[in-house]
Design a protein around this ligand. Structure first.
Ligand code: BTN
Length: 251
């Protein structure tokens, strides 16, 4: 897949800029908005995305995945998360086994118990198709200290002790995204994609403590359903399904 990178010297949020441009019909599949200076990055929900000027990767990739139904949006979540895991793994080749890179459901990228990257999907749906997906990716690269209320951020530099060239990281990210997109956007590949996602899922098949609307409980993730809902088994053996924000991983 071909990408066309649009470099901005600074912007409030690459996602907000991309939304504006899509509304003006000025972007299409494969366009990429990139900046080294994102002044008020957006996280999921009402969160902000903290990033020191010049230190990190902020990008919004425009995809127009006509072959994926709106109800199958989670396919995108899975393949983008895996592309990022694969990329960062190639940088952190010397980390210890208990600090492996994992995807914290639905799409936070973790090393051990710390977050190294986040994704914000903003989709334009038309009928039952995804007309455009704005895939906003933030990777903590060279920032050593964080000041916002983000609970547990960590950067690539904490593991490799030398600065990473963010432009090169972007090129490698796009290679990974292109490869995963081409490999997995066919319906007959969705179950293979899901297996790879589960293999890389944080706390998959591990008993741990969660909380939901009914309180704190011990459970283990046993899978995800076709809509990307998390399946968690309780000690009684009963399985429950959760949408985003309906369940919390307790520390
Ligand atoms: C999250 O984990 O809460 C999602 C973070 C997403 C941050 C990226 S940085 C590039 C793009 N532009 C934004 O304003 N946010 C996303």
């Amino acid at each position: 897949m071909k990408f066309n990178i649009i470099y901005l010297s600074k912007v409030n949020s690459t996602n907000s800029y991309a939304i504006q441009q899509i509304e003006n019909n000025a972007l299409s599949h494969g366009d990429v908005i990139f900046t080294l200076n994102q002044e008020s990055g957006k996280g999921q929900g009402d969160n902000i995305w903290e990033s020191e000027s010049g230190s990190n990767l902020h990008v919004s990739i425009i995809l127009s995945p006509k072959m994926i139904d709106a109800s199958e949006q989670f396919v995108l979540t899975q393949l983008i998360s895996l592309a990022i895991v694969n990329l960062i793994n190639s940088y952190l080749s010397n980390i210890t086994v208990n600090q492996q890179l994992k995807i914290k459901w639905p799409n936070d990228i973790y090393v051990g118990d710390k977050k190294i990257a986040g994704i914000l999907f903003q989709n334009f749906i038309k009928g039952n198709k995804i007309e455009y997906s704005i895939v906003g990716i933030g990777i903590n690269v060279n920032q050593k200290e964080f000041f916002s209320s983000a609970p547990n951020p960590i950067s690539i530099i904490h593991f490799i002790n030398k600065a990473t060239d963010v432009n090169q990281l972007l090129d490698e990210l796009l290679l990974n995204v292109g490869a995963y997109y081409e490999k997995y956007t066919f319906e007959n590949k969705f179950s293979e994609l899901k297996l790879e996602y589960l293999k890389n899922l944080y706390k998959y098949n591990n008993w741990t403590t969660y909380s939901d609307s009914e309180g704190v409980f011990k459970g283990k993730i046993t899978g995800i359903d076709e809509y990307g809902r998390l399946i968690v088994m309780q000690e009684s053996g009963v399985e429950k399904l959760y949408m985003y924000k309906e369940i919390k991983f307790n520390p």
